[in-house]
Unconditional design. Sequence first.
Length: 390
Amino acid sequence: MSTARVVVEADGGSRGNPGPASYGALVRDAESGEVLATRGETIGTATNNVAEYRGLIAGLELAAEHAPGADVEVRMDSKLVVEQMAGRWKVKHPSMQPLAAQARELAGSVTDWTWVPRERNAAADALANEALDAQARTGQPAVVGTGARQETGAPRPADDVTAPVDAPAAAGKDTNPLLGWRGDVHGRPTTLVLLRHGVTAHTQSKLFCGRGGSDPGLVAEGEAQAARAAAWIARHHDVDAIVASPLRRTRETAGFVARETGLEVSVDDGVEEAAFGDWDGHGFGDIMQRWPEEMSAWLASTSVAPPGGESFDEVQERVREARDRILADHAGETVVVVSHVTPIKLMTRLALDGPMSIIHRMELAPASITTIAWWPDGTPSLRGFSVVPE
């Protein structure tokens, strides 16, 4: 068939990241919208990014087979893959490099690399999920679609396959309670990448600084920290949304993530720092001298608020509400939440289901990254705490 221009739509994902993974790809006539070929395939255990690259490769192969000589536009909801293939971002991860090289070899007729929102890539996503669902029913690798290969053969050398899929779990039997095995039956988690802001002058001087206070911005060191953190996040995550506290230092930090990902920043008051009231702008020693009884009571109970401020119990409730909003609005997505020490500690406490006093045993570095995944059934998984990018 001779077609002047076609569109490749591709997607991939893993239920666990890494976990049981698959891709979906299709080719459609750009003018009529007619679907010329489809393919979905499971690829063992791999990361989301590997699965997305495998989807791209499959889509380019389908285009070459079913529309030889046609101009090709590639549409994907993976900002990482699109920007890397367009040459605007470097491919730094070793497991991505051979896949990117394979895709480039097939991409001679590609004229456009287009990022699209997830909802506009639903057909490719459905193929990937159809393959994984078929595998879950049979316990065997699956290939689906009109352009499906009948024999999957051995994994390609470029695959980031780390382990075979566990057959009983893949068959839908919830036989293993470990979080790393949940993806095959529990769907795709919502991942919150919690980023603390970079340093301000108040941070450097160890002054209390919260909601309703002086609201300082980042200093030069804080900007450099935010830039490093944003670059790290872009390398390690396919980000779908950015949410920030309304305070200046978090909005400025979120701006670096926005520049790396091309996404807009939304604001949520629920992840704003605690209000420290009369203590705002004062250091710990100064507060102990001027408000010794109030400080002792505050340290002894999370239900006690600083004079004119908020208790940690009060902050916990608004953080819980913010978490619920984000999970509802971004189900199955990866969201960068740019916040502060107290909300991030409290979000971590929610994930661990620990006592409120546990927040006093956590130390959170400036511009550090804490990652928590929440599965559709409400089960959380803490995947990293206070990681400081080099």
